[in-house]
Design a protein around this ligand. Sequence first.
Ligand code: ADE
Length: 414
Amino acid sequence: MRVVDLAERGKMLVDWAYRNMPVIKLIREEFRVKKPLASLKIGACLHITAETANLAITLKEGGANVILTASNPLSTKPEIVEYLTKYEGIEVLSKPSETPEEYYSNIRKVIESNPNLLIDDGGDLIVTINKEYKTIASKIIGATEETTTGVIRINNLYNEGKLYFPVIAVNNAKTKHMFDNRYGTGQSTIDGILRATNILIAGKVAVVAGYGWCGKGVAWRLKGMGARVIVCEVDPIKALEAAMDGFEVKTMEEASKIGDIFITVTGNINVISSKHINNLKDGAILANSGHFNVEIDVSYLESKKISKRLIRDNLQEYIMPDGRHIYLIAEGRLANLVAAEGHPADVMDMSFANQALALEYLATRKNKLQPGVYDVLIEIDKKVAKLKLASMKITIDELTPEQINYINSWSLGT
Ligand code: ADE
């Protein structure tokens, strides 16, 4: 293969992703003509991937000036930073591996650049600006939030009266969470596990903690690859759903004694706690695909270990006092983004189409929306679905006038 520099490699990755982002392509073409974001500065805190590059370029085509920082200290792809900076003139603050101090210093730089609109993934940018920069926050037109975890955090901020601008919960769009969270997390988490370990999934006992959209995706994909999947849940309805979907449902106390591989996708803290770690079999593998690195008690592993070594890229081996080997993928951070490349472009296409259209909506509603958390307009959600279907060459039926009449009436019964 020809030797190419980082930026050129980044360009090829972005071009390849773009081929699989037909909805973003259409929006970019529309934005190029309409310039709905003319003279607006957008501060974005997102995983810096090929798919994010395509969103940033689309916003730039819409007239925006984009400044980008990472939404995770370890997820930044170096080729993409090089490409965006060198070829697209987009300012990218993050480097591939950051300390927590560098991570927050970059978030502050984005805020201090006085953006008009914000994009966040996980809530760190929105929480920081509302907590520490009230004057700048009060001038923000609005923001969008990409993830379940971020939406929960921002709702909590709003409920405490500490949110100073409108935020659109992109995660709540059906064309986002039903596809990105389920199929994106499902596939890319397994991709991360395989790149870090190269284990055979077939025949393994896989424990999935959390049966939300992300957990469902991971559990179903593991089942499809021949694992014996155990689901752990705290919500009785989701637990029942998992049971009727054919999974074994157990407490983590029970599952921790028999699992070969564990994946946390709950959005909560210490789901695999010290007491569960004490139960693990020799050779157990731990991975997290929830937004923050709080789901596995990594500090317990760190404090109790006799020794550790990085045995493969993104695979840390811990030797415990009783001689057991415990393996941790990507330091307990998002396995799909750190050990692999994140969700495939095909699903990010819909998530980022919602992002672009939500930002356009916010730009047209300047000073008209009160601070609060808003859903993506149903019209936008349906537009994204229709464009995606069209790109897949799928046509669907339409209601006949008789059917429209029937579903809007009460008179016809038995
Ligand atoms: N979140 C999950 N996958 C992603 C990707 N490929 N790009 C940006 N954010 C993501």
